[in-house]
Design a protein. Structure first.
Length: 222
């Protein structure tokens, strides 16, 4: 055995390393793959949106049988579970919220919830092969998440629906929807409701929302 090789082997024995030792841990290539898997987080907000979409699809398929009132009744618990209605109601009146007595805050949340449910009951009044597709989930500002989706319509243009969700004590909840990917529904409502509240007062604002609900019901009945 060459003298140089003998010296190297002796050093390995003294250091306690087995002659056939391999680096501890996974193979470099496998470690890289494992690292990539760890970097791909599981979706946290997407299941909330997909559950809502599944429920809306079922309502659309049974829309004619259910009728408006049936759709409204079926959607009420679904909307309450998917959306953070108290948060959304508060944001739509802006700085006026703190000036409202607690009893009026409760009334406003209830009125806001009724109109939200009525709007869905009116919009999803039939089924023509529509389906929802989830495109992505990504983090957004203020510790929220965006779930990007598309409503595909066989006989019309697809509609991009992007949902913003926040974490609550009851899990992730929807707080805004961006129609066509950019138009904030919450911002539109805030612009309308805060101006009515400032101009006509709280009672007229609640009456305005209840009037909208009644109009949607009459529309479907006719």
């Amino acid at each position: 055995m060459p003298k140089t090789l003998l010296i190297c082997l002796s050093l390995l024995v003294l250091l306690g390393a087995p002659l056939n030792a391999r680096p501890e841990g996974p193979e470099p290539q496998l470690a890289a793959v494992a690292g990539q898997a760890e970097q791909a987080p599981l979706p946290v907000a997407t299941p909330v949106v997909e559950k809502l979409h599944d429920a809306l699809t079922e309502v659309m398929k049974s829309a004619e049988t259910l009728g408006y009132q049936g759709r409204y009744t079926q959607l009420t618990p679904i909307v309450a579970e998917a959306f953070d209605l108290p948060f959304m109601a508060r944001k739509t009146v802006g700085r006026h919220w703190k000036k409202l007595p607690e009893c009026d805050q409760t009334r406003w949340i209830e009125a806001f919830g009724r109109l939200t449910t009525a709007t869905y009951a009116d919009r999803f009044e039939g089924y023509s092969g529509e389906s929802f597709r989830t495109d992505a989930e990504e983090p957004a500002i203020h510790d929220t998440m965006m779930v990007l989706t598309t409503l595909t319509r066989p006989d019309d243009e697809d509609v991009q629906l992007n949902y913003r969700l926040r974490r609550t004590g009851d899990g992730w909840k929807i707080i805004d929807i961006y129609l066509d990917g950019t138009v904030s529904e919450l911002a539109l409502r805030r612009s309308e409701y805060s101006s009515v509240l400032k101009r006509e007062g709280f009672e007229n604002l609640v009456s305005t929302l209840d009037g909208k609900v009644a109009d949607l019901e009459k529309k479907s009945a006719s």
